[in-house]
Design a protein around this ligand. Sequence first.
Ligand SMILES: *[C@@H]1O[C@H](CO)[C@@H](O)[C@H](O)[C@H]1NC(C)=O
Ligand SMILES: *[C@@H]1O[C@H](CO)[C@@H](O)[C@H](O)[C@H]1NC(C)=O
Length: 181
Amino acid sequence: MTGSLLWTRPLGQRRLLLTLVWIFTAVGSSSGQDNPRIIESPSDQYVGKNEPAKLLCKAEGDPSPDITWYRNGQKVTTDKDDSNSHRLLLSGGSELFFLRIIHTKNLKPDVGTYYCNATNIHGSAISRNASLEIAGESLFVCLFVRLFVCWLVCVRVPLFVCLFVCVQLLMWFYLSSLLNI
Ligand SMILES: *[C@@H]1O[C@H](CO)[C@@H](O)[C@H](O)[C@H]1NC(C)=O
Ligand SMILES: *[C@@H]1O[C@H](CO)[C@@H](O)[C@H](O)[C@H]1NC(C)=O
């Protein structure tokens, strides 16, 4: 109804009406701008060990909200708390940057579920959860691939070459899982 009314008007009036509609929507939406609102949540990340990574979170509000990060429900320590930290808080907190993802047999401080918390004097808003996981082959897939390559080689070449290749492949598998690289 409003649409057809709008389109039967002369151009000048149509412009005026559109401008009024625009102003009302703008005023309407800015009235809720005091509380923090998350406008971009972090997304799931699959990262290689020792590689850098980042999680993003954008929020708005008035006053501009402070952003803090949580991992598995615990506040994340960054370079703001400890200058030696491998996690840096950039762009006023909206970027959590990992210099490298630490992931060894005994130390897994980075994988987990993250969210950001945007807070100002009026309240706080929480982002969606994003998981940070290690990318790449699982141990079994890795072993399976090596055995498969072994078999491919062995059906084509003399036995001693086959043994040589397979022993190398399996040695590498064993060593790399031992050293956790
Ligand atoms: C996000 O993760 C936290 C802890 O890891 C959990 O308590 C919370 O329920 C999750 N929130 C959503 C929306 O899934
Ligand atoms: C978000 O931060 C505020 C202020 O530090 C805190 O009171 C609140 O508990 C936090 N909420 C979550 C779910 O982490």
